[in-house]
Ligand binder design. Structure first.
Ligand SMILES: N[C@@H](CCC(=O)N[C@@H](CS)C(=O)NCC(=O)O)C(=O)O
Length: 216
């Protein structure tokens, strides 16, 4: 059976969402990184980087959350989350790279400032700079969504899932996307899908506990 390693307060939620979308049977092995469970000898034998998530599926043991989702879509989502046409598949790869390389550094940067630091320790200059750099990315998404309402074609694909699960960091850190109404509508519809809702409902109490610890 497919195994997914990583806790509900980690990027593993990206893959849990995907596994639910695909309706696959899987085992979720929750590792608490606050307790360094991802640094145990047993886990390092599976993923020498000691990071989560890791997916084990038959001969494939994979890391990198967005790459794992591309793999799952390709293997189990043909014609749905993984489009039938070459251009659609290429756009899924393109947007996934974009999410990791362009959006995530800014969105995760905000999480570090807003969730992992207390108010007096936040770097307001950095926050303002990151906000300024985020605007053009949302402009670009608006252009892409103008064509068809989804990022890689005219239906929901792994491109939408991978971008939305990174955009989650903007949401959680209170970035206001109402100035980009197409993106806002797309995000609410995408992130609100029932497969993700199921995972977010499981995550909520654990995340609340973590926030209490971080913010006091
Ligand atoms: N680019 C990687 C990032 C993986 C990553 O940094 N995971 C964090 C949790 S979300 C982690 O394992 N942190 C614990 C550590 O580095 O010890 C991905 O998308 O999977």
């Amino acid at each position: 059976m497919i195994k997914l390693y990583g806790s509900l307060v980690s990027r593993a939620t990206r893959n849990l969402w995907m596994l639910e979308e695909l309706g696959l049977d899987y085992e979720h092995v929750s590792l608490d990184w606050a307790k360094q469970e991802n640094r145990s000898a047993a886990y390092l034998a599976i993923n020498p980087a000691g990071k989560v998530p890791t997916l084990a599926d038959g001969d494939a043991t994979l890391s990198e959350s967005l790459g794992i989702n591309l793999y799952l879509a390709q293997k189990y989502g043909q014609g749905g989350l993984w489009p039938d046409d070459d251009a659609g598949r290429a756009r899924c790869v393109q947007w996934s790279f974009w999410a990791g390389a362009e959006l995530e550094p800014l969105a995760y940067g905000r999480i570090r400032e807003f969730l992992f630091k207390k108010e007096p320790d936040r770097d307001q200059t950095l926050i303002n700079d990151m906000a300024e750099q985020t605007g053009p990315l949302l402009d670009l998404m608006t252009l892409a969504l103008d064509d068809n309402g989804f990022l890689a074609g005219d239906t929901f694909t792994v491109a939408d899932l991978n971008v939305a699960c990174v955009m989650e960091y903007l949401d959680r850190s209170g970035f206001d996307i109402s100035g980009w109404p197409k993106v806002e509508t797309w995000y609410k519809t995408t992130y609100g899908r029932s497969a993700n809702q199921k995972i977010q409902d499981q995550r909520a109490p654990i995340a609340a506990e973590m926030m209490k610890r971080l913010q006091g």
